[in-house]
Design a protein around this ligand. Structure first.
Ligand code: HH2
Length: 261
């Protein structure tokens, strides 16, 4: 899953793909590099961010979504607003990536159900504005797993088919370094929920904390390390900015695994 941030302020690439032409060119490049899904977002959810109203998200996405949907990869829309998601589904998106897991907008599950969309349910502790203020867990893997099980059940109750749901531990969303590492190490516990596991460690702060690399765009090696660790635990969808490098790493890891079995 290649990340396409149509935003002026995302933490690692804000402003780079804000112009529709630049956004579509970037999506084309990521598809050529092997992305099966393009995740298009118009709202940064970086720690401390305030949120973007639906009308502004729609204005940012209007010219971009149909062109990206025509490229051949599945399109996912990164939003917690059902109004934005509905516009995206009409423009050809097939997946709703909701970092609130259906908690922010009560209309999200019914939209996914009626629109026949797949949906990513992600764990987040608190809200982006304050989520990094001293997050605490007793057993982070058990708590995130319990949350995702509860959201899977809530989505199903609202009519979303279970076979359309994807779970995500929400790396960096209300988590300290130790929490992110425990969740990557515990991917197998999340895979036991019986749904595909998506991870989004790409260029995130915990990689900087581990390696001393302050510049997000230079955290590609760390991103790949995190993806391979999650892959070993059963994750199958990797939300990354650096598609070519991640596809190459996964191809080699998968080939090695096949050679050994
Ligand atoms: N991470 C970000 C945004 N959306 N969605 C899912 N499912 N999982 C994630 O880990 C995830 C996500 C944050 O990364 P990015 O889009 O690069 O930054 P920003 O929120 O600043 O736009």
């Amino acid at each position: 899953m290649g990340v396409l941030n149509v935003t002026p302020d995302s933490f690692s690439d804000g402003g780079e793909f804000f112009e529709p032409a630049a956004a579509v060119a970037r999506a084309r490049e990521m598809v050529a590099q092997g992305a099966d899904i393009i995740d298009v977002g118009a709202e940064s959810t970086r720690p401390g961010s305030a949120g973007v109203v639906p009308a502004e998200q729609i204005a940012r996405l209007r010219d971009v979504l149909p062109a990206v949907a025509a490229l051949g990869a599945a399109v996912s829309v990164d939003t917690a607003s059902s109004q934005v998601a509905e516009t995206a589904l009409l423009a050809g998106a097939k997946i709703i990536n909701d970092v609130s897991a259906g908690r922010e907008d009560p209309g999200m599950f019914s939209l996914a159900a009626s629109g026949g969309a797949a949906m990513v349910l992600m764990h987040m502790l608190g809200k982006p504005r304050s989520m990094q203020d001293n997050p605490r867990y007793r057993d982070v893997v058990a708590e995130v797993r319990g949350f995702l099980a509860e959201r899977l059940a809530a989505a199903e109750r609202a009519g979303v088919r279970r076979d359309r749901l994807i779970v995500d531990p929400g790396i960096g969303f209300g988590k300290l370094l130790e929490h992110n590492l425990a969740l990557l190490a515990g991917t197998n516990a999340l895979a036991e929920l019986g749904r595909p596991v998506l991870v989004g460690p790409s260029r995130k702060r915990f990689i900087g904390e581990l390696t001393g690399q302050a510049e997000p765009s230079r955290r590609v090696g760390g991103t790949i390390g995190a993806c391979l660790a999650a892959w070993a635990g059963g994750a199958t969808i990797f939300r990354v900015h650096d598609v070519a490098e991640t596809v190459q790493a996964l191809a080699v890891a998968a080939a090695v695994e096949r050679a050994g079995t």
